[in-house]
Write a protein that binds this ligand. Sequence first.
Ligand SMILES: Nc1ncnc2c1ncn2[C@@H]1O[C@H](COP(=O)(O)OP(=O)(O)OP(=O)(O)O)[C@@H](O)[C@H]1O
Ligand SMILES: [Mg+2]
Length: 326
Amino acid sequence: MTADADIVAELRAARLVGEGDVVLEPLTGGVSCDVWKVETPLGPIVVKRPLPRLRVAAEWLAPVERGVSEVRWLRRARGVDPRLAPEVLAELPTGHAFAMRFLPGCPVWKDELMAGRVDIDFATQVGQGIAAVHAATAHSETDRAAFPNDEMFRALRVDPFLLYVARHDAVLASALIALADDLVSRKIALVHGDVSPKNILVGPDGPVFLDAECAAYGDPAFDLSFCTTHLLIKAVWLDDARLTQAATALVDAYRAGIDWEDAGGLLLRAGKLTAALLLARVEGKSPAPYLTDPEHKRFVCDQARELILASQPLDALVTNWKRTLT
Ligand SMILES: Nc1ncnc2c1ncn2[C@@H]1O[C@H](COP(=O)(O)OP(=O)(O)OP(=O)(O)O)[C@@H](O)[C@H]1O
Ligand SMILES: [Mg+2]
């Protein structure tokens, strides 16, 4: 039986599809998983199965148990607000695959931004959504116990984004190692771990967050920084001021939602993390695929390096971020 036939058999056993022909239609994207759309009597669903080896240039192995983290995050986020994540319909027995409801007619936020459709209010909603999950899970022993994923977070986030760059840059190594140590030491709230515009659908009621394979209990500043980094890099790539405005809106909305700790302290950590992630998106293990122009790369790197050595709170970093040399 092929792997796809396994999936179909498991969907039948879960009573999500009937006995007739079942077509698995691959969805685009996906460096870390097989993702299919399947028409069912319940309507369209998505089946997602983690790959043991990511489809990226550098060698990058990842335990398939991350499928479990994703399902838990999606369910927890829906508990905070059902608009924030798709409904999980079933966990399948093999390889931590699962089925969720397909959200029709919802573009991926990244595609909207790339097409020049920059909706500042939507960026505000993204900031509110991330903060809502953090606020609901902050200082919660139950949530901490439900996401015992420190090792996975280290392997998929801390090592490739912070330590990989540290190993290749003697000047920044000590600052990046200190940042990595600080990041892994903080157990504050439930972190999604991959809040990128490519993992956010533009739903009719605001953002819908997907792809929570890296979810872990940790420092909420990470999610804020991860998403802001993408907007700032896109601002350089597209030379579009609305993208820095979107970053400002996101950070402001997130800040307004911080009720579990001092906002100033969090924004300082987020400024440091964003600086490191900006550099990692050029020189790390998972570079932004669209940032290919050497001038753009150098421009992002130069600013990032300066910001790693002389950190700024995230709100100031965003305000001072330059899109062009002029
Ligand atoms: N519930 C859903 N409804 C509609 N579209 C979806 C849904 N889940 C996933 N998709 C589509 O499939 C794409 C890939 O999904 P997802 O990001 O979860 O997979 P992935 O393999 O982890 O991706 P990547 O590694 O590229 O981030 C999404 O960008 C989106 O276009
Ligand atoms: Mg994705």
